[in-house]
Design a protein around this ligand. Structure first.
Ligand code: ADP
Length: 362
């Protein structure tokens, strides 16, 4: 199992300052440690006069972390000018200060513990549903390993365009969107190593000309890998949503995902139960996967349940056909559940907005 934050911090006691005997933890230099599924980031306050030691310390920190867990995928070491201990920061704090997308009011990530639970379906329908509520919405396909947005939004006929600096988002079904799936050959396997994944995600997120948006919905890759860490480092989020199916086996992964976001400084807005139940031709409700499993999980974690979306043939067919608007026009139950979910999400965003400090720039 990948090392956690506490284990990494303990291990960093083995890294001794070149100047004088003390380890970097005892010397009070650690400003932040984040560890999630093999991706570790360490922020260290180092006085300017010690700068020549940086390269050596970086190498020793990386070696110490890899000694603890040889399977570690990535070790990011960042040095900051010395700051008081109480100023310890999460990856989000830096992103909030930099705020690279000042014209976007709310950035909301959609994550899931594992693939196939309908995360992209939920992200796409959240974006389209919010647009139907009159909001200006962007959808960033952050699932750089397996982008679904080109199919789910029907982008086959569209070609990427832009200037040398900025990509122009595609405008479809009332939303703006950008996906790596339209920038690389569609059938090419998308294998990214840690730093490449970081770069690809960052470029998609920050070099797209989003303009003014009420919401930027980010469809994340499944699990707890390096993309969520990059996301947390590069842009300030209002919160994250966890998509989960009702079965017990899906929930351990979902709990892990739900616990990852706060470690990165990102609040979790709530849980959506997808494939909750099925309505047969006889009009009866069938709880194929055991409706309510994700609701119990959300309750145990103290998180709001934002919606319960049924198994619905039209939802799958409209996804394959690239026309999510039909989900809001056809089958009443589906449209009602999806709209209720979008509204519940907005209500949580309002609450989160009220409790977060805001910066006004005049
Ligand atoms: P993920 O992003 O979690 O890998 P997707 O959103 O790509 O999952 O969904 C996987 C497949 O399941 C897709 O074909 C999608 O259309 C289908 N699907 C998702 N949710 C539902 C649902 N509630 N009812 C019917 N099909 C669904």
């Amino acid at each position: 199992m990948a090392a956690n934050k506490e284990q990494v911090t303990q291990q960093l006691r083995k890294v001794i300052l070149p100047a004088g005997g003390q380890d970097i933890v005892t010397a009070g230099l650690i400003r932040n440690v984040a560890a999630c599924d093999g991706v570790v980031s360490v922020r260290l306050a180092l006085p300017a006069e010690a700068n020549p030691a940086r390269d050596q310390l970086r190498a020793e920190i990386e070696a110490a972390v890899r000694e603890l867990d040889p399977e570690t995928k990535q070790v990011a070491v960042e040095f900051v000018a010395d700051a008081p201990q109480e100023a310890a920061q999460s990856p989000q704090d830096a992103a909030r200060q930099a705020n690279p997308l000042p014209n976007v009011k709310h950035i909301v990530a959609v994550g899931a513990g594992k693939g196939g639970v309908g995360k992209s379906t939920i992200a796409v329908n959240l974006a389209v549903g919010l647009a139907r509520l009159g909001r200006s919405v962007g959808l960033l396909d952050g699932d750089i390993y397996g982008p679904s947005v080109p199919t789910m939004l029907g982008l086959h006929e569209h070609s990427a365009a832009g200037t040398s600096q900025l990509l122009r988002p595609f405008f479809v079904h009332g939303i703006k969107t950008m996906t790596i799936g339209k920038l690389v050959e569609p059938d090419k396997a998308l294998v990214w190593r840690g730093p490449m994944a970081h770069g690809a995600f960052q470029q998609l997120a920050l070099q797209t000309d989003w303009g003014e948006l009420d919401y930027l919905v980010v469809d994340l890759p499944p699990g707890t890998g390096d993309v969520p860490l990059t996301l947390a480092q590069v842009m300030p989020l209002t919160g994250a949503i966890i998509v989960c199916t009702p079965q017990l086996v899906a929930q351990d992964d979902a709990v892990r995902a739900a616990k990852m976001f706060p470690q990165l400084g990102i609040p979790v807005l709530g849980v959506v139960e997808n494939m909750s139940y099925f309505i047969g031709d006889d009009g009866k409700e069938y709880d194929i996967f055991g409706k309510g499993g994700a609701a119990t999980m959300a309750q145990n974690l103290g998180l709001p349940l934002l919606g319960q979306v049924p198994i619905n043939t039209a939802l799958r067919a409209n996804g394959d056909a690239g026309d999510p608007r039909r989900n809001f026009e056809g089958d009443d139950q589906l449209a009602t559940e999806l709209m209720a979910f979008c509204k519940a999400m907005e209500a949580e965003v309002d609450k989160a907005g009220a409790s977060q400090p805001t910066l006004s720039i005049s």
